[in-house]
Ligand binder design. Structure first.
Ligand code: GLA
Length: 436
């Protein structure tokens, strides 16, 4: 092993403390500026949409007043282009003074006063992707401490303008530096996206120990094509990616683009459903001030959110790709429940897909399904029951599926009855209520 290898090894061995600060036991939920607002810094001509403190306060107000916060959407995350082009006299990062006159600490306080959390963006490298000051290896501790001093709750650490050796050193060092501040800060690493996202280049065991979530693949754009490309990549590589996820360690297929310009309502439901199956962060990048009711209903669907946030934190998988261009996805959930998504890649008309739970590897038993987007319940299923779902082109049908045991009351009633008891019982309550 050469001197570089030894240095790397030492850097890794010194990381005896993993980033286990109890954060993000379920995938983070919130809002992030990038996909919708990019690097718009033209506040003179586009004051509504430029990256400045008002934009983040506006979004925070919407999260609180329009019911998002109580559903779990709590992080407001600043992306690139918040910085001044120069560090201050002490070498610290500082926000652009015109666009963030109150400073980041004040913005963090605004979030905290409203029961929200603030995220910020940095870059392991010489520059951020949009050429603002980066965090070189010598600046890691200083920048971690600066973020902690501002009471930031989440760091997205990008990887533009660095090489693989710097990344190999820098991402673990930032984890350690954040830990050392004593402030619980969620740590999102873009590292794997710069290494092709797959083993052997990416070591997901190490990543899970040092980061809470990580970007594996290219940026999402406002289009169905972009979203499909991401979905294909994640599920084509599910054998490598799916086992990497779990409570406190999540794959991040990038932001939700629901409510923007590129997705139809059916496609928007597809994104919500597949992000729930993937246990992906639910981080919207849209304009919460201008959301239509259709997009809002999809993003605020309580059952889809509950599936995404399931406490077991097991990422789902693609079960089937049919010749008919129907795909079936599955995620196991707590309390013996599961989620199924039937996705149509067709471009003609709603497709009537016939199958049974047995064909989808379900064990014998009785089941009931709640159709997440229609709100109807499918009763009386057993594993061999043949059923049909009608799936719109580029749309989904999503089921929350649970075993239908005899309700406790019915069981007790039978037991009492067998013993000749004369006790009476109330009508059995609603069945499985964990998610619904
Ligand atoms: C990279 C990231 C994006 C965004 C931009 C900002 O492309 O992947 O999510 O943060 O940089 O410049």
């Amino acid at each position: 092993m050469g001197p570089l290898g030894v240095t790397l090894l030492l850097a890794l061995i010194s990381l005896t403390v993993a980033l286990d600060n109890g954060l993000l036991k379920t995938p983070p939920m919130g809002w992030m500026a990038w996909e919708r607002f990019r690097c718009d810094t033209d506040c003179a001509n586009d004051p509504e949409n430029c990256i400045r403190e008002d934009l983040f306060r506006n979004m925070a107000d919407r999260l609180v007043e329009d019911g998002w916060k109580e559903l779990g959407y709590e992080y407001v995350i600043i992306d690139d282009c918040w910085m001044s082009r120069l560090r201050d006299e002490q070498g610290r990062l500082q926000p652009d003074p015109i666009r963030f006159p109150g400073g980041i600490a004040k913005l963090a306080k605004y979030m905290h006063d409203h029961g929200l959390k603030l995220g910020i963006y940095g870059d392991m490298g010489t520059y951020t992707c949009m050429h603002y000051p980066g965090t070189t290896l010598d600046k890691i501790e200083l920048d971690a401490q600066t973020f902690a001093n501002w009471s930031v709750d989440y760091l997205k650490f990008d990887g533009c303008y660095s090489n693989p050796v710097e990344q190999m050193l820098g991402y673990p060092l930032m984890s350690k530096a954040l830990n050392a501040t004593g402030r619980p800060i969620a740590y999102s690493c873009s590292w794997p996206a710069y290494l092709g996202g797959l083993p052997p280049n990416v070591n997901y065991t190490l990543l899970g120990d040092i980061c809470h979530l990580w970007r594996n693949y290219y940026d999402i754009q406002d289009s169905w094509d972009s979203m499909q490309g991401i979905v294909d990549w994640y599920f084509n590589n599910q054998d490598d990616l799916q086992p990497a996820a779990g409570p406190g360690r999540w794959n991040d297929p990038d932001m939700l683009i629901i409510g923007n310009f590129g997705l139809s309502m059916d496609q928007a439901r597809s994104q919500m459903a597949l992000w729930a199956i993937m246990a992906a962060p639910l981080i919207m990048s849209n304009d919460l001030r201008k959301l239509d009711n259709g997009a809002r209903a999809i993003l605020q669907n309580k059952v889809a959110i509950a599936i995404n946030q399931d406490s077991m934190g097991i990422q789902g998988r693609r079960l089937l790709q049919e010749k008919s261009h129907i795909e079936v996805f599955w995620r196991p959930l707590s309390k013996s429940a599961s989620a199924l998504v039937f996705l149509s890649r067709r471009t003609d008309m709603p497709y009537r897909y016939h199958t049974s739970l047995a064909k989808l590897n379900y064990e014998a038993g009785n089941y009931e399904a709640y159709d997440v987007f229609s709100g109807s319940t499918v009763k009386g299923l057993n594993a061999t029951t043949e059923f049909t779902v009608s799936i719109n082109p580029s749309g989904v049908v999503m089921w929350y599926l649970y075993p239908k045991q005899q309700s406790k009351q019915t069981e007790r009633l039978r037991y009492q009855h067998n013993r000749g008891s004369r006790l009476t019982f109330h009508k059995a309550g609603p069945g499985h209520r964990d998610v619904l």
